[in-house]
Design a protein around this ligand. Structure first.
Ligand code: AMP
Length: 253
């Protein structure tokens, strides 16, 4: 069974995000970029399925400008077999990404597509769900545990999801779409030797036109604002003083 993993290049989660002076967007100049953490979990899960003998090939795909090849190489160093970049001038909105991925799914026919549950830069949480709708495949979102049974014939993906107050387990007929939650696994680090080997693994570049997709803009980013600066706290001398302030000033108790 082939697994397709969709990965996004985002600002590194350790970086303190700066907003451009004109509030039009986040300032990405000289900022460290990385693999979206939920996508890293998706890559790890696919590699574990390959190591367990369930998957025969792991293909990673990313949509965006040439720079996304850096994250594709990271995924190849982690253990993916080959990569596809879909070359676009800017990072497209989720519907466009989903349309492009749907065409890759049509061409590659993976038994399973694994995506992150959300990208940490724009927090959309849309692409996996849209891809499932466009391809007509069942979806298990926010996976906390994933098992594949009976593949390749009559295969099922058993997805356990964290929901309010408990866990919910679904059985999806393959081919299916799964999106990863934080606790699905702990991604490995790439070894230096694997980083070197990844440079030689195949990376194919396609354009939206090659896939027959016309990108349309449906969403306009109006403004980006940094969160309000936190005010300094104060020290109180006793528990009684704290309770008094919580009761009479903050009025929270
Ligand atoms: P989002 O819907 O933007 O929150 O993203 C959810 C997931 O969709 C991500 O974790 C990726 O797996 C995938 N995705 C979103 N944007 C891209 C992109 N430009 N290229 C590849 N995968 C993407």
């Amino acid at each position: 069974m082939k697994i397709l993993v969709s990965v996004k290049r985002v600002i590194d989660y350790n970086v303190k995000v700066r907003v451009k002076a004109d509030n039009t967007d986040v300032d990405l100049s000289n900022v460290k970029m990385a693999l979206n953490p939920f996508c890293e979990i998706a890559v790890e899960e696919a590699i574990r399925l390959k190591e367990a003998g369930v998957a025969s090939e792991v293909v990673v795909v990313s949509v965006g400008p040439k720079a996304v090849q850096e994250q594709l190489r990271t995924a190849l160093a982690l253990g993916a077999d080959r990569a596809i970049q879909i070359d676009t001038d800017t990072m497209p909105e989720p519907l466009n990404v989903a349309k492009l991925l749907a065409k890759v799914v049509e061409a590659e026919q993976p038994g399973l597509v694994i995506l992150g549950k959300q990208s940490i830069d724009s927090d959309n949480n849309q692409t996996g769900q849209m891809l499932a709708a466009l391809t007509g495949r069942p979806q298990g979102t926010f996976a906390y545990a994933l098992k594949v049974e009976g593949a390749p014939d009559n295969g099922k993906a058993v997805v356990t999801r964290e929901v309010d107050g408990g866990l919910r387990t679904l059985s999806l007929e393959l081919p299916a779409i799964v999106t990863t939650d934080l606790r699905l696994n702990e991604p490995r680090y790439a070894k230096l030797s694997d980083i070197m080997k990844a440079k030689k693994k195949p990376l194919e570049v396609k354009t939206p036109a090659d896939l027959g997709v016309e990108l349309k803009q449906h969403i306009e980013l109006l403004q980006v604002e940094a969160p309000a600066a936190r005010q300094a706290g104060i020290k109180v001398n006793s528990v009684d003083a704290l309770v008094d302030k919580l009761k009479n000033e903050a009025k929270v108790i």
